[in-house]
Write a protein that binds this ligand. Structure first.
Ligand code: BV8
Length: 255
């Protein structure tokens, strides 16, 4: 598929969105970068950012060093609480409202665990990789949303079972995505006619594979990412811009 490197693709994308019966958006850590949250594979300079997520976001790391892993997640959780949705999150929520007001459907599938889409006002959000703001008892499976202050001890003990610990209710590498999230994603990929991949390096599966379904079905596929990714050459439009800069332009064009 051609990737757009010279003429402005906005009018053609806005036209496809205006005619779409269903718009599907997949987002990754990049859409939260402008809120000050570090991405997974980008530059990391803050103290806790020196830890490689690929090493810590696994059940094996939690088993090996539950204190380090829960400290890291507690730090990310509080960073998320202190962050604010940026113009990209806000624009996506506005586009959802515009699309739904004209009777079409809008499905937001996020790999992010920071809940900034919800705080920006997006309604039909599905957290493919869970949420860092929900923690789960390793013994009973019961879940809670911790208060904003840091845990008193690491690893935090479970209030549900003295033998249990609390872990973040996120999907670690090697863990399966929830069947309900996968069902929603599959359903959206079957019926969506415009597909956006925003702020993701498109290397984590199964989310990175969703765009192929959209391409196979012949829908309009759009990537929004300042950097090239493995899907850049396959989508209809590959836009080398920041989400917070370009999405407000699309929201205005659709308003
Ligand atoms: C599973 C939660 C099976 C925790 C995360 C094929 C099929 C299925 C699985 C696999 C497969 N091949 C390999 C696998 C295994 C693995 C995988 O994909 N590995 C990769 C590394 C090869 N997948 C899994 O393990 C998945 N599980 O398939 O289970 C199974 C089945 C049955 C029973 C048991 C098991 C689980 C994957 C989920 C892992 N959890 N996160 C946490 O958050 O800590 S993944 C993690 O990576 C985050 O969720 C993150 O969102 C995700 C993807 O990263 P990105 O979001 O893309 O972030 P990244 O930093 O990489 O990129 C940011 C991008 O933004 C950059 O491109 C940058 O240029 C751009 N950007 C920067 N600024 C901006 C911007 N864009 C726009 N605007 C800006 N301003």
């Amino acid at each position: 598929m051609r990737s757009t490197m010279n003429s402005d693709p906005l009018p053609s994308i806005a036209n496809a969105c205006a005619r779409a019966r269903q718009i599907v958006v997949v987002t990754g850590a990049g859409i939260s970068a402008e809120s000050g949250l570090s991405t997974f594979r980008g530059p990391r300079d803050a103290l806790w950012e020196k830890y490689d997520p690929m090493q810590l976001a696994t059940p094996e790391a939690f088993e090996r060093d539950p204190e380090l892993v829960t400290r890291w997640y507690d730090w990310r959780r509080r960073e998320g609480l202190n962050a604010r949705p940026n113009a990209g999150h806000v624009a996506l929520a506005a586009i959802e409202r515009i699309v739904m007001n004209r009777g079409a459907r809008f499905t937001l599938l996020t790999q992010n665990v920071d809940r900034l889409h919800h705080r920006a006002g997006s309604r039909n959000v599905h957290e493919l990789h869970g949420s860092i703001h929900v923690w789960r008892c390793t013994s009973t499976g019961r879940e809670l949303e911790p208060p904003a202050h840091p845990f008193a001890e690491f690893p935090p003990r479970s209030p549900f079972d003295p033998r249990g610990l609390l872990r973040p209710a996120v999907v670690w590498f090697g863990e399966a995505l929830s069947p309900s999230a996968l069902d929603v994603a599959r359903g959206a990929m079957e019926t969506g006619d415009v597909f956006f991949s925003i702020g993701t390096s498109s290397v984590v599966f199964p989310a990175a594979g969703f765009v192929e379904h959209a391409i196979q079905r012949g829908g309009t596929t759009v990537e929004l990412n300042p950097n090239e990714t493995p899907i850049s050459g396959r989508v209809t439009h590959s836009i080398r811009e920041a989400a917070g800069a370009w999405l407000p332009r699309l929201a205005s064009a659709l308003a």
